[in-house]
Design a protein. Structure first.
Length: 136
């Protein structure tokens, strides 16, 4: 089976996203504001280099990661984490460690029609969030 990883995607819906952000310490008003946006996410893989870009409301955030290697990554709101990225079949997994040692995982599952991103925090009190994207 050919890998389906990568492409441009438009967010179509969220589940528990603002609640996830708020539980991580993002002010509730800001979390709801972010939840209401419909960003375009682009994933590119070039050899071992993975670039993930998010465009939303005249802003663009981009991360460059290296498969199977820990790298510094700056997330939205200028949060610096150490992230390790792995690729298996049609799933891209990014495990990140935050400034206070907290960990979280972003799972990107790709299909012919789109992608789902699941956000899982190590802390069980933080709800799991899921985002559905349609391929552009």
């Amino acid at each position: 089976m050919a890998l389906l990883v990568g492409g441009r995607f438009q967010l179509v819906r969220n589940e528990n996203f603002w609640q996830h952000l708020a539980a991580l310490g993002i002010p509730e008003g800001r979390a709801k504001e972010v939840d209401a946006t419909k960003p375009i996410l682009e994933v590119q893989i070039n050899g071992r280099e993975v670039t993930i870009s998010t465009e939303s409301d005249n802003s663009k955030v981009s991360s460059t990661l290296i498969l199977d290697e820990e790298v510094d990554e700056t997330l939205a709101l200028n949060i610096l984490v150490q992230s390790t990225t792995t690729l298996s079949d049609n799933e891209l997994k990014i495990k990140s460690v935050g400034p206070s040692g907290e960990t979280g995982v972003r799972l990107f599952n790709f299909t012919e029609d789109g992608m789902t991103m699941t956000l899982i925090a190590e802390d069980p009190s933080v709800p799991v969030a899921k985002r559905w994207y349609q391929k552009l």
